[in-house]
Design a protein around this ligand. Structure first.
Ligand SMILES: C[S@@+](CC[C@H](N)C(=O)[O-])C[C@H]1O[C@@H](n2cnc3c(N)ncnc32)[C@H](O)[C@@H]1O
Length: 311
């Protein structure tokens, strides 16, 4: 079998960020994601920043949770993702509640102390210095407001009917490669970030840090979107040439998932499992002095955006 090395990237070069891929991923876990948002008990009528919103897939869940008087600012560095998010929200019941803005997580387009929650899903894995980024986001929170980080941890991924030794080699090879791919000119990625998030939030200056895990188990017969999601993940594991994996392991791995006549999904024994993390923390007000880092010009600009959102 030929190794395809298909990697799903957005225009910023981030892997697993192509719009179509994100949509498939979202729909394949729709039930769990709705549950994640419900469990957060977001403040009714509050202001939520969706930091790294991508194509805006979480917006309806967030809008439902905060109610019709609540507001969402979706923020992303990818213009392509924001165009899709805006298009998606046209003619929806939540369209008056959301505004999408191009910005980075570290310089959010609103004034300090305004957000009741900052929600960020599947973004922390791309942060070169997550502690610094989370610390930069804290001042944007209103007193008592929460930073909410959702992410994956591939250390929890299991396929029950795939050779455990092969799985271990494939995962280990990817983990090793992620540690050095940034040095090879590729963007940073830590797909093992979920279990590290609580430590990062505490180190960044958050208090009352809480962790909730969601175990996602799927069995034969698989829904088509979940199968597409797993096929994408399987390809991605051996993407970029998989320098720490033998050619034989690459071929055997792809055979398991992508062979048309003989693949693991077609077997009644198929079970997959992964755990996703939601970690929340309250910004510690004693860090308020750090707010001075923001220039007055940026602050004035941010205020304008906020007024526009509130109108
Ligand atoms: C895997 S996607 C997740 C999108 C969306 N949150 C979701 O779960 O469907 C990651 C998104 O984060 C954005 N992103 C990555 N680093 C960022 C940063 N430092 N500031 C703003 N956006 C960022 C990417 O452009 C991409 O749209």
């Amino acid at each position: 079998m030929v190794v395809n090395n298909v990697v799903h990237v957005n225009e910023c070069g981030l892997p697993l960020n192509a719009i179509e891929w994100l949509e498939t991923h979202h729909h394949s876990k729709a039930g769990e994601r709705a549950c994640m948002i419900r469990d957060l008990h977001l403040k009714q009528g509050g202001l939520v920043v969706d930091a790294g919103c991508g194509p805006g897939l979480w917006t309806p869940l967030l809008a439902e949770a905060i109610g019709p008087d609540g507001r969402i600012i979706g923020v992303d560095i990818s213009a392509e993702a924001l165009v899709t998010a805006k298009k998606r929200s046209i003619n929806t019941w939540y369209r008056h509640q959301v505004q999408y803005k191009r910005a980075s997580l570290e310089q959010l387009p609103l004034a300090y102390g305004r957000a009741d929650s900052i929600f960020s899903a599947n973004v922390s894995q791309y942060l070169l210095d997550p502690v610094a980024t989370f610390a930069a986001m804290g001042p944007y929170l209103a007193p008592g407001g929460r930073l909410i980080i959702k992410d994956m941890d591939l250390g929890t991924l299991r396929f029950y009917n795939v050779d455990p030794a092969l799985q271990a080699r494939v995962f280990r090879a990817r983990e090793l490669w992620e540690k050095e791919r940034a040095e090879q000119g590729l963007l940073f990625e830590d797909s093992w970030v979920g279990s590290k998030l609580a430590g990062y939030l505490r180190a960044a200056g958050y208090k009352d840090v809480q962790v909730k895990t969601y175990r996602i188990v799927r069995r034969y017969p698989l829904a088509p979107d979940y199968r597409l999601y797993l096929e994408g993940i399987a390809e991605w594991f051996v993407g970029e040439g998989a320098p720490y994996l033998s050619r034989e392991d690459q071929t055997n791995w792809l055979h398991c998932f992508l062979n048309e006549d003989d693949n693991v999904f077609a077997r009644e024994s198929f079970v997959s499992e992964e755990t996703e993390y939601i970690v929340t923390g309250v910004w510690d007000d004693s860090h308020a002095g750090d707010c001075l880092k923001l220039s007055l010009a940026t602050q004035a600009e941010a205020e304008e955006v906020l007024v526009a959102v509130q109108e």
